[in-house]
Design a protein around this ligand. Structure first.
Ligand code: VG1
Ligand code: CO
Length: 543
């Protein structure tokens, strides 16, 4: 064993963001950088001695090297066993499942999620706790604290393990189990959904395109949709994971999954379209000619989940992140079950899921999931949609029209202002924060503010408090805007502006969303003085 002494601390000051540490790949490749973070994780959880971990990543550039480093460090730190996906591959939800299934001490997942990959793009590492979920704030704070005082890490001097070979390997005294990344996950999906009904749906001629965006879900989608469910070959597009995701952003939204959107809006569109992100935890749902917002998707899944075998007993509750639209609250109210509003980031759902208070959770950023794992799960959402389509025998458009007629429609859009100077973004937020309490009664671009506040969250399970989770403004006429800064960007700051307008039952549900949201957009631009402070007139990405 070699104990390296590191004289500088390259991780210092790099506080893990929403989902672990996410930086430019070259930053991670600096000597000692990854090592310092991994050692800090081990230190923060009381050491690795005798413990079992799951390790895998989304296959992006530097995934292979990083895994070898982590294995050697786990060995030198006295870990007992590491379960690793073949070729170092594991989707985030599959890793979460393996952590739980094997009752391990947690896992390290290598991914920068939907951010592009490559030597000049992004890399990331996150630590998940034994419940399979992203480390809560208490743990990420402890990791951060370790990074500020670490002065050595332990690493074994040993040859690399051949991760192509499934089975048991030894690295020093460490057992390394290389496992098929898909099989346990596929079995979990089979336990939740009516595979016979979905198989019959495909056999009847139902058509689908699943865009894996050259990211990790390719092998999972091919195995489940094409092999197990009998969808024709070619249903899964871009199914081979590439180190640079083919040069694209593996972010399943109408902007980055435009080729799929174009197919779905064309005359030859299949019945159903879906996509998922770099690490497989996000999903996009599209019907023929109709995009389903993630907020609406969450609401539809909550309203219809009982049609799938895994959820026939109904749901304990539905949780959504605060910026997500209120559509799912309306479903929960009708079902007479609890609804929860949490800060952005999946880690905030963990306690609700562990305590059995919520069964289904979702975020406006295209994350949906349930208590089957402790991460959002892209393919799970797609399969629940397929199960619902098979059971109801309606099209996606019919389901949406019916949903809006029942609950009203929450028009929704997110506007992102990317790579803005950090100072300018901070000024915008602090100026707005300072005047929040004066806003009610004032009018901006013809809308009058009814209420405004800054969201903070008291966890109903452990009573922990999370503050500064986004500025909220409610206007007259049922609209809301939320402003917050991204915690996952790697360049400058990203300002996210979330816009929502409720159209009740009987109102017009067939407007273009951007048209329906024009008034709340203009009022929010004025109240935040966005044009002056950011020097931007329009967002970089509209989803
Ligand atoms: C974004 C999304 C958030 C999501 C997070 C991680 O965070 O808004 O909803 O939980 O990414 O998703 P932010 O702070 O940039 O807004 V993933 O797919 O990167 O694990
Ligand atoms: Co992701």
């Amino acid at each position: 064993m070699t104990v390296e002494t590191v004289s500088t601390n390259p991780v210092e000051g790099q506080k893990p963001g929403t989902s672990g540490l996410r930086k430019k790949t070259r930053v991670f490749m600096q000597p000692g950088y990854l090592e310092n973070f991994v050692q800090s994780v081990f230190n923060a959880i009381g050491g690795a001695r005798g413990k079992t971990f799951v390790v895998g990543g989304d296959g992006r550039f530097f995934n292979r090297e990083a895994i070898q480093t982590i294995l050697k460090m786990a060995a030198a730190n006295g870990a007992k066993r590491v379960i690793v996906g073949q070729n170092g591959l594991l989707s985030t939800p599959a890793a979460s499942h393996l952590i739980r299934l094997n009752e391990t001490d947690g896992g390290l997942i290598l991914s920068a999620s939907h951010n592009p990959g490559g030597i000049d793009e992004d890399f990331g590492v996150k630590f998940n706790t034994p419940n399979g979920g992203p480390a809560p704030e208490g743990v990420t704070n402890a990791i951060f604290e370790q990074t500020t005082k670490i002065d050595e890490y332990a690493i074994l001097d040993a040859p690399e393990i051949d991760l192509a070979i499934i089975g048991a390997h030894m690295l020093g005294n460490l057992d390394v189990d290389v496992v098929d990344p898909v099989s346990d996950y596929r079995a979990l999906m089979e336990s939740l959904f009516d595979f016979d009904a979905i198989r019959a749906l495909f056999a009847s001629g139902f058509t689908m395109r699943f865009d894996a965006m050259h990211a990790i879900t390719g092998p999972y989608a091919a195995s489940v949709l094409e092999n197990a469910l009998g969808a024709p070959e070619g249903t899964v597009l871009n199914g081979v994971p590439l180190e640079d995701f083919g040069g694209g952003h593996p972010d399943p939204n109408p902007v980055w999954a435009k080729p799929l959107m174009d197919t779905m809006m064309s005359d030859t569109a299949p019945d159903f379209g879906a996509a998922s992100d770099g690490d497989g935890d996000r999903n996009m749902i599209v019907g023929r000619g109709l995009y389903v917002t993630p907020s609406d998707s969450l609401a539809v899944l909550a309203a219809n989940a009982h049609l799938a075998p895994g959820y026939t007993d109904g749901l304990a509750g539905v949780a959504r992140s605060m910026p997500t639209s209120g559509a799912s609250d309306r479903v929960a109210a009708k079902l007479g079950i609890a609804s929860f509003e949490t800060p952005t980031g999946w880690k905030f759902f963990g306690n609700l899921l562990d305590a059995g208070k919520a069964t289904i959770c979702g975020e406006e950023s295209a994350g949906t999931g349930s208590d089957h794992v402790r991460e959002k799960d892209g393919l799970w959402a797609v399969l629940l949609w397929l199960n619902i389509l098979a059971a109801r025998k309606d099209s996606v458009a019919e389901i949406m029209v019916d949903h809006w007629a029942t609950y009203g429609r929450n028009y929704y859009s997110r506007h992102d202002y990317e790579a803005v100077p950090t100072d300018a973004a901070n000024t915008l937020m602090s100026d707005l924060r300072a005047k929040l309490s004066d806003l009610p009664g004032q009018s901006f671009a013809e809308l009058t503010v009814e209420a405004a506040d800054e969201f903070s969250y008291r966890d109903p399970v452990d009573d922990s408090l999370s503050e500064n989770q986004g500025l909220r403004i409610w206007y007259e006429g049922g609209s809301r805007a939320v402003l917050r800064l991204s915690g996952t960007g790697t360049e400058g700051a990203t300002l996210r502006v979330y816009l929502e307008q409720y159209a009740p039952q009987g109102a017009d549900h067939f407007q273009d969303a951007q048209v329906a949201l024009a008034a709340v957009r203009d009022a929010t631009a004025e109240v935040s003085r966005m044009q002056t402070l950011l020097d931007r007139t329009s967002p970089d990405v509209v989803t």
